[in-house]
Design a protein around this ligand. Sequence first.
Ligand code: FES
Length: 87
Amino acid sequence: AFQVELASNGKHCEVPAHQTVLQALRAHGIAILSSCEQGVCGTCLTRVLQGECDHRDLYLTDEEKAKHDQFTPCCSRAKGPVLVLDL
Ligand code: FES
């Protein structure tokens, strides 16, 4: 499990292994638009302000992934303990 932090209010959401970031955020009442939920369409793309992403999508290029400034919460995860999201 890891945490995502919402930059706007400092709230933390725990993301357990069996949940996606999208599901964890929704469980906390944070609505994010999504479509494919398989890392293909990019609809759910969210800005990352801090932390290292574990990118699992097919949408971002390798170059974009290396910047760790955006990720697809429908399938991608965190490598470290916390990801700070621009939400
Ligand atoms: Fe399609 Fe996340 S919903 S990439």
